[in-house]
Design a protein around this ligand. Structure first.
Ligand SMILES: [Zn+2]
Length: 429
C-alpha cells in the first residue's frame, strides 16, 4: 500500500503538488469565506500562484487567526459535517475542526499509508493505547486507518496497564500505538507481574506525543530505556488536528515521511521566509484534498528540520526530524536557546525523578528564567547536584531546580479539563 507518487522523483512530486495546489486555491476561492477575504484584501489572483515558491505571495495563517475566525474557515454547510473535533487554542477557547464524510475517508487513507510506511500490514493486529473519544482526532484516525489497511485493532484506550497486558496476552497484537513513556509503565507492570515482554509477540510500537530520537536520529534516553529491555521496533509518528495528516517513519527510522498527496510543507523563519536547507524553522503546512476546513500556509508552531535526501527505503519524499520544540516555548537562557523537549530528555535520564514540571518566567530584567519542580524518590542534595551537572554537560546551562511533593506536581500536571499531562507552564505571556 505505498502510493506511486511517494517513489516518484522530487521533480515529479513537485509538479504533482503544484497541480493539487491549483485545485485547492480554486476550491478555497469558491468555498472559504476566510481565504476569499485574504485573496481580496491582498489583491491575490489565484492563477498567479503556479509553483510551491509562489506560495510566498500569500500571507500565512496563524493559530490566532484560525481561532478568531473559526467559522469562516468552514467550507461546507453544516449538513455535510460528520465529525467534530477540537484542539486547544492559544487564546483560551478551543478551535473546532469539522470533517465531512470525504474528510474521514481521507483521514483513513492518510493513516493507512502511514501504517504501511512503518511496515504494518493486513496480517497485523494493532493495539490502540490512546483515547478515541473526547473530541480527539488521533484515536479515530488510527481506528479508521487500521480498518482501511485491513489489519485488526484492539481499542483499549489510554492507561490501565493491567487491561493492556490482558489484551496483549489474549489477542496477541503485533503492533502497539502508544505514548513512549507509557511503554515504560507497561514494562514495569510486566516485571512486577512476571510477564515475559519479549515473548509477547509484539514486534513494534508506533509512538506519538514524545520524541524518540535526537536530531541525528540516534535513540534518545527514553527510547534507549525501552529498547534496553524490550526488543521491539519503535516508529515515531507526528501529526496534528490542523494537518489532518501524519508524518510516520519507515523501517529505516530517519524521520517522518511526507505524503505528497495530502500536504505541502514549508519550513519558515520569523519573517515567513523559507529557511536555508538543513536549518530549523517553523513547520508551515497547506492541506490537500480536504473539504471541511482546508488550511493554506498554516504555521503550526512546531520547530523542525526537514531532510530531503532520498531515504534508504527508496522514497524521495521529504522527512521531518524530531520536533525540536514549540516555537512559543523557545527559551533564551544565559545566552543559549533552549526548548523544553531537550530538558525532558535530560530529566528522563534519572530514574529517581518521578515527575516534574518546567516553569518558564520572565525575571525583573526581562530575561527568561527556568524553574524545574521535581518529585523524586530520594530528594537529596546529591541528586540535585547530579541533575544540574547533567544539564551543564548536555545543554551548557543549569536551570533552577526545586524538590516538591509528588501530589503537588500531579495537581499542576492535570488541571481541570486537561486531556493530557502538562509538562511546561509558561508564565511569560
Ligand atoms: Zn524511508
Amino acid at each position: 500500500m505505498i502510493p506511486k507518487i511517494e517513489q516518484a522523483s522530487t521533480k515529479e512530486i513537485k509538479a504533482f503538488q503544484e497541480n493539487k495546489l491549483a485545485e485547492l486555491l480554486t476550491y478555497l476561492n469558491e468555498n472559504s469565506a476566510y481565504y476569499k477575504r485574504v485573496f481580496k484584501e491582498n489583491n491575490i489572483a489565484i492563477d498567479a500562484i503556479q509553483t510551491i515558491e509562489d506560495l510566498s505571495k500569500i500571507p500565512v495563517t496563524t493559530k490566532d487567526q484560525l481561532q478568531q475566525n473559526n467559522d469562516a474557515f468552514l467550507c461546507v454547510p453544516k449538513s455535510k459535517i460528520i465529525d467534530y473535533v477540537t484542539t486547544s487554542g492559544t487564546l483560551g477557547d478551543p478551535v473546532t475542526f469539522a470533517l465531512t464524510d470525504n474528510d474521514l475517508e481521507r483521514l483513513a487513507y492518510n493513516e493507512a499509508i502511514s501504517f504501511a510506511c512503518a511496515g504494518v500490514g493486513k496480517e497485523d493486529i494493532v493495539q490502540l493505547m490512546t483515547t478515541i473519544d473526547r473530541r480527539f482526532m488521533a484515536g479515530l484516525a488510527y481506528f479508521l486507518g487500521v480498518r482501511k489497511l485491513g489489519a485488526g485493532i484492539i481499542r483499549v484506550g489510554a492507561g490501565i496497564p493491567e487491561l493492556q497486558w490482558d489484551s496483549i496476552l489474549k489477542f496477541k497484537p503485533t503492533y502497539l500505538i502508544a505514548v513512549p513513556s507509557f511503554l515504560l509503565k507497561l514494562m514495569e507492570y510486566a516485571e512486577r507481574n512476571e510477564i515475559d515482554i519479549n515473548a509477547s509477540g509484539v514486534k513494534g510500537a508506533i509512538c506519538i506525543g514524545e520524541p524518540l530520537r535526537e536530531q541525528d536520529f540516534s535513540l534518545n534516553t527514553l527510547s534507549q530505556k525501552i529498547k534496553a529491555k524490550w526488543d521491539i521496533e519503535l516508529f515515531s509518528t507526528y501529526a496534528s488536528t490542523e494537518m489532518n495528516t501524519a508524518f510516520t517513519e519507515c523501517e529505516h527510522q530517519q524521520g517522518g515521511h511526507q505524503h505528497p498527496e495530502l500536504i505541502i510543507v514549508e519550513i519558515l523563519d520569523d519573517k515567513n521566509h523559507v529557511v536555508p536547507e538543513g536549518e530549523v524553522g517553523e513547520l508551515t503546512i497547506t492541506t490537500l484534498g480536504i473539504e471541511g476546513m482546508p488550511l493554506l500556509r498554516f504555521k503550526t508552531g512546531d520547530m523542525v528540520k526537514a531532510h530531503k535526501e532520498t531515504c534508504s527505503c527508496g522514497r524521495n519524499t521529504m522527512r521531518l526530524g524530531p520536533v525540536v520544540g514549540r516555537k512559543k516555548q523557545m527559551i533564551k537562557y544565559k545566552g543559549t536557546t533552549l526548548y523544553p523537549p531537550a530538558m525532558d530528555n535530560i530529566l528522563n535520564d534519572f530514574n529517581a525523578v518521578e515527575s516534574y514540571i518546567i516553569e518558564i518566567s520572565h525575571n525583573d530584567i526581562g530575561t527568561d528564567e527556568i524553574l524545574i519542580k521535581i518529585a523524586a524518590t530520594d530528594p537529596s542534595e546529591k541528586l540535585l547536584q547530579s541533575i544540574k551537572d547533567h544539564f551543564r554537560a548536555k545543554l551548557r546551562v543549569a536551570p533552577r531546580i526545586a524538590f516538591h511533593d509528588k501530589k503537588e506536581i500531579q495537581k499542576l500536571q492535570f488541571p481541570a479539563m486537561s486531556r493530557k499531562p502538562i509538562l511546561v507552564i509558561d508564565k511569560r505571556s
